[in-house]
Design a protein. Structure first.
Length: 144
């Protein structure tokens, strides 16, 4: 299941890129995000791995493994997220527009076991909406 989101941020590409890859900054804009723990390699560099921790509404913690596949400074970040029942590969592109930047994210989501894929049709809209809401919060934080 694939989906794309796009947003314009009124900041130069170098600033947008730096903040997007800053795990500490994620607490300000990504829903339920609490912390990032590095587990291998260099943080958010090719081959780097870590765990994202999210606090759920019931107080439980969800752990999602992250692995960076490719980083092109001020241009793109390609990474993989893996949870117990789903995974996604994300390509986040930073398109330089001078004093503004377009963030374009393409996500390819899959479910495990595969039988859960029957729910993908219902989840795609909700997941795309949540990601767009998060990117709007990211934009608002940077444009303060």
């Amino acid at each position: 299941m694939k989906f794309d989101v796009k947003i314009n941020v009124n900041r130069p590409v170098a600033e947008v890129y730096k903040k997007m890859l800053d795990a500490n900054f994620m607490t300000k804009w990504e829903t339920n995000f609490k912390a990032y723990k590095q587990t291998g390699g260099r943080k958010r560099m090719k081959g780097g791995t870590g765990v994202r921790l999210y606090e759920e509404a019931d107080g439980s913690t969800t752990k999602i493994k992250e692995e960076t596949f490719e980083v092109n400074k001020n241009q793109s970040w390609r990474y993989h997220l893996q949870a117990d029942n789903f995974g996604t590969e994300v390509l986040c592109q930073f398109l330089d527009q001078g004093e503004t930047t377009v963030i374009k994210e393409s996500s390819d989501l899959y479910f495990r076991p595969r039988i859960l894929s029957v729910f993908a049709v219902f989840m795609k809209g909700a997941m795309k909406k949540r990601r767009m809401e998060d990117l709007k919060k990211f934009k608002a934080e940077l444009e303060k």
